[in-house]
Design a protein around this ligand. Structure first.
Ligand code: C5P
Length: 403
């Protein structure tokens, strides 16, 4: 099969951080997969790696200066922005994110970025403290809300000597993200309802019962469904994550709020994916005042929360959406998932073994089994975005047979 990048026009902007040297490998991989690559570099980037290196690898002149008559005559910065089908910023420094967030056009890179309407993929790379600074986080959040995609950064040893998040994603991971962004729009116009994150069930005015779900899997599904052309409604329990601005996001706190919103919206959906870790129990009575410590033991009576997925599975829809549930298990994963598929009347259960440290709650990677009425399929281990892609392949295939 032809690679998703074959003959696609990819503009790689390299900004000035030590990870700029990894841009060479990225450009090499993009060219090797058959992509048409052009490179723009900031003045800072040219201190770390020479334009000649990237010119040789991309087989085209590198854009370095807006005011260079020679360069502008060959291909102007506006032509370059119009030419691109995908705009990749790798590495994206804290300064680059700030420029993009503010809409500055004070050098070639930021001017191209402002003029370019292609999807934007950012690969942030910087010192961990710069990465964690609220200004950087706010800039990235703003860019993602406006529709940009981000890959990485990863945690590890940083060139500055610190250890933490800030290392640019590996070129192979950026390549994968490019493939995903330029992949098929096979969910065009389809309506998706996705739930994500944990729920909080209050015990008293200051305490609640919850779980370790981060919401990352559900948010990855929302991002990927959107990229493939779907209209996405995301019902999110409490999380710090940000969603693209063109996702309809409904923030909820309790299972009951999630249920109300899900039941209201499910009849309009083509597919409902319940990735949320809904609390199974809530306090039978929420204490109106903070519970005081007195005895050595304290018993709190809990009552069952409604099972939203099971309720949807039983419902009489005029046109039933595809129902996808998740199963987080610590043992007998496949057997339990198959049982859940029958009990909750859904079309697919995505099962993961949450006892593994590199899959399930909180982490950025996942390893899942797709259990449907006919077979069990193991998806390859990967980032939650990659796993989301695999789940959506299943959904896309099953939606197309329903038409
Ligand atoms: O039964 P269990 O909680 O393992 O099932 C998990 C699946 O059911 C998930 O898709 C979750 O979103 C959904 N669920 C639900 N309502 C609940 C509990 C789980 O919709 N109260």
């Amino acid at each position: 099969m032809e690679d998703a990048l074959f003959k696609r026009r990819i503009l790689v902007a390299v900004t000035g951080g030590i990870a700029a040297y990894k841009a060479a490998e990225l450009v090499r991989l993009l060219v090797k997969t058959g992509g048409e690559v052009r490179v723009a570099m900031t003045a800072g980037a040219q201190k770390f790696i020479t334009p000649l290196t990237l010119q040789t690898l991309s087989q085209h002149p590198v854009a370095t200066d807006t005011f260079d008559l020679q360069q502008e005559a060959t291909i102007s910065h506006i032509e370059l922005a119009d030419w691109a089908e995908l705009f990749v910023v790798a590495p994206a420094t804290a300064n680059a994110l700030a420029q993009l967030g503010q809409g500055l056009a004070n050098d070639l890179f930021s001017t191209i970025a402002l003029a370019c309407r292609a999807p934007q993929l950012l690969a942030p790379a910087m010192n961990v403290n710069m990465w964690q600074h609220p200004a950087t986080q706010a800039n990235l959040a703003l860019l993602v809300e406006r529709g940009a995609f981000a890959v990485g950064p990863e945690a590890g040893d940083l060139a500055c000597g610190w250890v933490g998040a800030g290392r640019m994603a590996e070129p192979s991971a950026i390549l994968q993200a490019c493939r995903a962004l330029l992949g098929p729009r096979d969910l065009d116009g389809k309506k998706f309802l996705i739930t994500a994150g944990p729920t909080h069930e209050a015990l008293d005015p200051v305490r609640f019962l919850s779980n370790r779900s981060s919401g990352k899997m559900g948010f990855a599904l929302a991002r990927q469904a959107l990229r493939r052309g779907a209209q996405v409604t995301l019902i999110a329990g409490p999380t710090e994550l940000f969603a693209p601005g063109n996702v309809e996001r409904v923030d909820v706190v309790t299972a009951e709020e999630m249920r109300k919103n899900a039941l209201e919206r499910a009849p309009l959906a083509d597919a409902v994916i319940m990735a949320a870790a809904v609390g199974d129990y809530r306090a039978a009575k929420v204490a109106p005042q903070k519970i005081k410590k007195s005895d050595d033991r304290l018993a709190i009576e809990l009552e069952r929360n409604p099972d939203i997925l099971a309720e949807l599975g039983k419902k009489d829809f005029a046109r039933r959406p595809l129902l996808v549930g998740f199963a987080a298990e610590t043992e007998e994963v496949e057997t339990r998932a198959a049982r859940k598929l029958q009990e909750k009347h859904c079309d697919l259960i995505v099962a993961n073994d949450v006892s593994q440290t590199d899959a399930g709650f909180g982490v950025d990677t996942n390893r899942v089994l797709l259990v449907d009425n006919e077979r069990t399929t193991a998806l390859p281990f990967g980032s939650k975005d990659e796993v989301a892609g695999g789940i959506l392949d299943w959904v896309a295939a099953h939606l197309s047979t329903r038409l």
